[in-house]
Design a protein around this ligand. Sequence first.
Ligand code: DLL
Length: 434
Amino acid sequence: MTEHYYQPDIECASREQIKKWQSERLVKQVRHVYEHVPYYRKMMEEKQVTPDDIQSVEDLHKLPFITKDDLRDAYPYGLLAKPLKDCVRIQSTSGTTGRRVVAFYTQHDLDLWDDCCARAIMAAGGTNEDVVHVCYGYGLFTGGPGLNGGSHKVGSLTLPMSSGNTDRQIQFMCDLGSTILCCTPSYAAYLGESINERGLKDQIKLKAGIFGAEAWTEEMRRDIEKSLGIKAYDIYGLTEISGPGVAFECSEQTGMHINEDHFIAEIIDPNTGEVLPEGEKGELVFTSITKEAFPLLRYRTRDICVLSREKCSCGRTHVKMSKPMGRSDDMLIVKGVNVFPSQIETVLLNKGYAANYQIIVDRVNNSDTIEVQVEMTPEMFSDSLGRMEEREKELVGALKAMLGIYAKVKLVAPKSIERSEGKAKRVVDKRHLY
Ligand code: DLL
């Protein structure tokens, strides 16, 4: 363990100790929501569960699930478990359809959230000597405020850049010697591209990046690490459960440690709701056991992952989640076949393309079609027409091998796919428009 280690008594606690904390906190939390949130009480009554039925973490499965639909139903105040006068902050999801989800925080909730993000920064090697450059969006999105709070706790010099204005980002990075970059992986890739184009790679001092908020592959990690000359760490979280920092990578980078003193994780079968044994792939469900204002019990995230308790060389004992392999609700079903955008990304990056692509799904004559538009690198762009056709054919073959279906491939000019400053829009599903 390095001297930058944050809370070893908690992060390296024994399994028994973690279970003990979880049980005590869960029992208290269930009582808290039962007494203060009529929406929850009704759900529990419908399932014929009372707080007395929950004596330890082993009883968690008796509680009903809560979903995004419930959050929308109860919008805006229906799940609030503390009087408004005790709340100091609201954050909200970036959802573009339906009602937004709003989450409330007391000062205590903000402190715990900052702790979680501080652990993530420390795990990426951050100390009070670092300059943490935060270009996640600030405002209602949790990315900026979360990493900002974590960075303050670590004692790092924090640059609250927010997203956008790439020239200014790069200038600050050079002038102030930013050492840790926090943004979405797609924006990190764009920053890498822009820094290299300007010939400024020698002038940046970045050593690590903490990237999350959207799915990204190992191939993309390698590309970003190469273009920025850093080690890239994954961070996971969601507004409903607090924001970034629910889980984070350590130096071993074989999954993200979930902050189990605050969140209990389960994996369920997304179709039946049955709890799956550890190591099986399914939908991640979280119970927040320390939050006061907006505590969710058994919240279905829709993220598909695997949990692992294999011993980690970093010394942390908290369970690890895999990178989300997709969302049960952004998994595409094309011609009856399940397609995850991450599968397509893996093929593209393995074939030497950058992660600048868009997947267009449509329905023509009652049949699904899928087209992948992929940017060529500047070197490929000068290839002959024949060579480009060969490249397209090659990609069609590789995608067929990965997905099991035909996907049309269209190579497009460098820089023709819009870059994202936040979460990238990878999929355009035109079938929803009819
Ligand atoms: O994206 C919080 C966040 C901000 C996480 C900054 C990490 C860094 P939401 O906007 O509510 O919150 O979106 C949550 O984003 O359910 C996942 O589907 C996805 N997601 C978040 N982190 C990752 C990640 C923030 N590391 C939703 N890998 C989640 C893959 C991620 N997907």
